[in-house]
Design a protein around this ligand. Structure first.
Ligand SMILES: NC(=O)c1ccc[n+]([C@@H]2O[C@H](COP(=O)([O-])OP(=O)(O)OC[C@H]3O[C@@H](n4cnc5c(N)ncnc54)[C@H](OP(=O)(O)O)[C@@H]3O)[C@@H](O)[C@H]2O)c1
Length: 260
């Protein structure tokens, strides 16, 4: 054995000798799929996962808007009009996050059936199609994880939210059902954020006055930024082996605290 062989042998012995909880970055690196990483929470999640050394494939209508990062591959997909492109389907995936969603706020009498259908399609059926397409790849992982998005307006009734709350309520049901059905090898969780500073919420946060008023409604006197939510998302996806079937509320205390 030459000196190169001896070095390789030394490195291999050391990797094998690592305690179970301290594995090399190479060994811990996983492959995730994000639907909707070109903006908002999905873009922040992409940065978090790549920053932690993971590989990410992401899909959206304009994947070129996503942060350009080594280890990230963008694939174009309009989920409302096409099947999931085969280019995005790896043989094995360690997790998937489905980020697209809507905030269609209207008084109930003005909501048309089409509004309910569109929220249902984007929030629920898009997630269902994505999960059915990637399930065989998730099953190849030792421990895979699914991350979905709800809203604080499911557990706390809010005016004008009927269409989005109805669809997101279904996402919460899907989360718990699949957590039971896919255990023990696939964990399934959702995050239910309050107002979060992303392109989706711009209409509600378009001026300093609107932002101040929105923050003021929360006991913690703040709204989320995208990374507040992505941090929890990255933890649920990559680093929470005992968490499944949970809806994690990130709402600045809105649903659980009352300030007199
Ligand atoms: N922001 C909030 O205040 C808030 C509050 C409660 C819950 N949430 C939930 O949190 C999740 C993330 O929200 P966000 O604020 O980050 O949303 P966002 O800023 O609108 O970003 C959504 C992402 O989904 C992609 N997308 C949308 N429609 C698509 C389609 N038809 N085909 C493929 N990709 C599509 C978008 O990319 P392209 O445009 O490039 O396709 C974008 O990358 C959503 O489920 C939302 O309902 C958000």
């Amino acid at each position: 054995m030459g000196w190169i062989g001896a070095c390789l042998c030394f490195v291999r012995l050391h990797v094998l000798a690592l305690p179970k909880h301290i594995e090399s970055t190479e060994l811990m690196s996983k492959h995730f799929l994000i639907v909707g990483a070109s903006a908002g929470i999905g873009a922040a999640l992409l940065q978090r996962l790549v920053g932690a050394g993971h590989r990410v494939t992401h899909l959206s209508r304009e994947p070129e808007r996503a942060p350009e990062l080594p280890g990230a591959t963008g694939v174009r997909w309009d989920l409302q009009h096409e099947p999931l492109p085969s280019a995005a389907l790896a043989e094995r995936l360690d997790g998937v996050a489905y980020c697209p969603g809507g905030i269609r706020l209207k008084p109930f009498p003005r909501l048309k059936e089409q509004d309910f259908n569109e929220e249902w399609e984007l929030n629920l059926l898009g997630a269902v199609r994505t999960l059915q397409a990637v399930l065989p790849a998730l099953k190849q992982s030792e421990m895979a994880s699914v991350l979905l998005f709800s809203t604080v307006a499911v557990q706390t009734g809010m005016p004008f939210h009927a269409a989005v709350a109805a669809a997101k309520g279904a996402v919460e049901g899907l989360t718990r059902s699949l957590a039971a059905e896919l255990a023990p090898k696939i964990r399934v969780n959702a995050i239910a954020p309050t107002l979060t500073d992303t392109p989706l919420a711009q209409r509600l946060l378009g001026s300093d006055d609107k932002r101040r008023a929105a923050a003021e409604r929360h006991p913690l006197k703040r709204i989320n930024d995208a990374d507040d939510v992505a941090r929890t998302g990255a933890w649920l996806l990559a680093d929470a082996p005992s968490v499944t079937g949970q809806i994690i509320t990130l709402d600045g205390g809105l649903s659980s605290c009352r300030l007199f």
